[in-house]
Write a protein that binds this ligand. Structure first.
Ligand code: NAD
Length: 367
């Protein structure tokens, strides 16, 4: 059988720098765990625009549709700010999400003990936190029609439409229940069924899908209360499922409980392919960080943790994903820090590539 395939799209700014560290980790798993991948690499974002005049070439899109998983760095930068909207670097990313139909966005909020002081919340509220927000990514108010700014009498009106079909709700609910089954069998669905019809339908469909997962403890919460609960007592949650708009806000809120942007991975999953694996793209939450690009200052952990998610959700290697996460935890516990993780007590930060090397050394020590 051929090796599982990965398409790497490093992108712009710090994207190539953090992705170089992911390559070290991928190579380690091939050499030391007999887990080889067929890795190819291509351009996206500004880098693709510079070569092809578009932020994602058709051939790259076709490759992304064929591989088992896409790993993306980051796109964008000041150089491209003047470009027409249709060829801006972000359009490459949006095209990937849209054409791969990646409807379930997984955003973990995990607080490593060594970094608990970085949160704006009290240490005991966040220490040991490990929750996952599943956000619907391809429908809802960001896509619903009608939308636009229209004339109405002698003034203008701005319109967006929240719209969800039952099947759109069902597929993301199913993804969330499946995830809950792999974790602690606890799922909280968030909407505003008290004031929105789409919320009433959302709650109905999630409840119905839940009948197929009797082992999962399902609860419902209004999204505004959910936001309050996330900052009051986040550890009450395990998996949260919610729509595109609420998910956008709640996942950013939850992510920041853990401190630094340089630590946050994500996964976007679509329907299963013929081989049973879901269409999938993994990427750090952060952008291309032009302010530190090319200086060896970027924290590669968000990107490496995104690869850990790929191991778990695309390649069914949960134990190896845990091995990688534990190695990162160990490195942080040893006090190794990139510049973004330096506390007020100071110290000497390691470079992007030194952080990658330390994680590889911790992986070696795990054998
Ligand atoms: P950003 O995430 O790039 O940076 C915000 C701040 O966080 C900066 O100070 C940066 O130095 C720091 N930072 C981010 N990642 C870091 C890391 N791994 N290690 C250390 N520090 C890190 O957001 P921005 O500055 O608003 O945007 C910069 C560019 O990135 C823009 O062109 C924007 O459109 C693009 N962007 C792309 C994505 C993506 O590719 N998914 C996401 C957000 C922004």
């Amino acid at each position: 059988m051929s090796n599982p395939s990965i398409l790497i799209l490093p992108g712009d700014g710090i994207g190539p720098e953090v992705m170089a560290e992911v390559r070290k980790i991928i190579d380690w798993f091939g050499a030391k765990r007999d887990l080889a991948f067929d890795v190819s690499e291509d351009l996206v974002g500004g880098a693709a625009y510079d070569k092809h005049g578009v932020p994602l070439a058709d051939e790259t899109m076709a490759k992304a549709q064929e591989v088992d998983a896409v790993l993306l760095g980051a796109v964008g930068g000041p150089k491209y700010d003047v470009l027409d909207f249709s060829v801006k670097p972000e359009r490459g990313l949006l095209r990937l999400r849209k054409e791969m139909d990646l409807f379930a966005n997984l955003r973990p909020a995990q607080c490593f003990d060594a970094l608990a002081d970085f949160s704006s919340l009290k240490k005991d509220v966040v220490a040991g936190l490990d929750i996952m927000i599943v956000r619907e990514l391809t429908s809802g108010v960001y896509f619903g029609e009608p939308r636009g700014i229209f004339n109405e009498g002698n003034e203008r009106v701005g319109i967006n439409t929240q719209r969800y079909t039952e099947s759109e709700i069902e597929r993301v609910a199913r993804a969330a229940f499946e995830l809950a089954m792999r974790r602690n069998k606890k799922l909280c669905s968030m909407e505003k069924a008290n004031v929105m019809e789409s919320g009433i339908l959302w709650r109905e469909v999630v409840t119905r899908v839940g009948q197929d997962y009797p082992e999962v403890e399902l609860s419902h919460m209004y999204a505004d209360n959910g936001a309050m609960q996330l900052v009051r007592a986040p550890k009450q949650f395990d998996v949260i499922v919610t729509d595109n708009l609420f998910g956008d806000i709640l996942s950013d809120c939850a992510a920041m409980l853990t401190g630094s942007l340089g630590m946050l991975p994500s996964a976007s999953l679509g329907a299963p392919m013929e081989n049973g694996r879901p269409k999938a793209m993994y990427e750090p939450v952060h952008g291309s960080a032009p302010d530190i690009a090319g200086q060896g200052k970027a924290n590669p952990i968000a990107c490496i943790l995104s690869f850990a998610m790929a191991l778990r959700y695309s390649f069914d290697q949960g134990d190896e994903a845990t091995r990688l996460e534990t190695a990162i935890e160990k490195v942080l516990a040893d006090g190794v820090r990139t510049a973004d993780l330096m506390g007020p007590e100071g110290g000497v930060p390691v470079s992007t590539s030194e952080m990658g090397d330390k994680i590889v050394a911790a992986l070696d020590a795990s054998l």
